[in-house]
Design a protein around this ligand. Structure first.
Ligand SMILES: [Zn+2]
Ligand SMILES: [Zn+2]
Length: 282
């Protein structure tokens, strides 16, 4: 049995394909899936999908990249009632649903995206400041509702670890994961010290630095994820036939890692699934 701990079945790519995608993942032994939200509409959709399918769970939250929308709204009208507050109230309401297992994905992101729906996207310090405020509020929500946390950090290690350090009291009681963890020994050490999990994706197949990194991560800390529809483990193949990533690819990723760290596929699938169940308490 496999567990895809991070898969965006709530994104447009999967509209009208959910039955077949979930069937294919079950046929490949991936019986548990967590769908993280990235803003209010996708969190809402994650909850609706989780509600419908057995073994599928939701996480709800505002992704740092999409904090940009709130940042722009605030810039347009500083005195308007904060959209942040109303978004957080919505996220909080989703947390009452029994199939919501985590707050996520939330974090800090300093990457300049080439493909983004925001034409004027740039990283200003005021924007990062707002990302931090939204992250802290969501850490508080996870604490209040006793949920796990799915952390997204991209090129923002210092800001990210500063916040986790200063708010550690709030997240110490529940599990959390560095989803799609950057290959960085400081992040790993932090995760070790604070009993956090490390999420690994299909890019391990071609990302050499990540391969070296994963060899240093104890198996007890590892969880598998696809981040579908992104990070197809076979990008060449996906380019040729237009196939995007989907949760059925977890065993492919698992086999690659098992070989890489010289561990039996049985042991790897068992341990990573157990880790994921501990992480999300399911
Ligand atoms: Zn992410
Ligand atoms: Zn994601």
């Amino acid at each position: 049995m496999y567990f895809d701990t991070h898969c965006h079945l709530n994104f447009k790519n999967f509209d009208r394909k959910l039955d077949e995608v979930i069937n294919r993942s079950r046929e490949n032994g991936v019986n548990k899936i967590v769908i993280p939200g990235t803003d209010v509409p996708t969190s809402n959709k994650a909850v609706a999908i989780a509600d419908k399918y057995k073994g599928v769970y939701a996480a709800v939250g505002i992704h740092p990249h999409h904090v940009f929308e709130l940042f722009k709204a605030r810039e347009r009208n500083f005195f308007a009632p904060a959209g942040i507050q109303s978004d957080l109230i919505q996220i909080e309401s989703f947390l009452k649903h029994p199939k919501v297992v985590a707050v996520g994905e939330v974090g800090i992101d300093r990457h300049i995206y080439q493909k983004t729906k925001y034409p004027d996207y740039k990283i200003e310090e005021e924007f990062v400041k707002l990302q931090k405020i939204v992250l802290i509020e969501q850490i508080k929500l996870a604490h209040k509702y006793k949920k796990a946390l799915i952390f997204h950090n991209r090129e923002a290690k210092k800001d990210f670890l500063d916040i986790l350090t200063t708010h550690y009291a709030l997240l110490s009681m529940y599990s959390s994961v560095f989803h799609c963890c950057e290959p960085d020994l400081e992040l790993l050490q932090f995760a070790k010290n604070h009993k956090m999990f490390i999420g690994v994706d299909g890019d391990i197949v071609y990302y050499k630095k990540k391969q070296e990194f994963i060899k240093t991560v104890p198996l007890e800390m590892l969880v598998l994820e696809t981040d579908s529809p992104f990070l197809n483990p076979e990008p060449q193949k996906s380019k040729e036939n237009g196939m995007k990533n989907e949760p059925k690819n977890i065993p492919f990723i698992a086999k690659f890692i098992a070989k890489l760290i010289d561990c039996s596929i049985d042991k790897l699938s068992k341990q990573t699934t157990e880790n994921a169940r501990t992480l999300f308490n399911v």
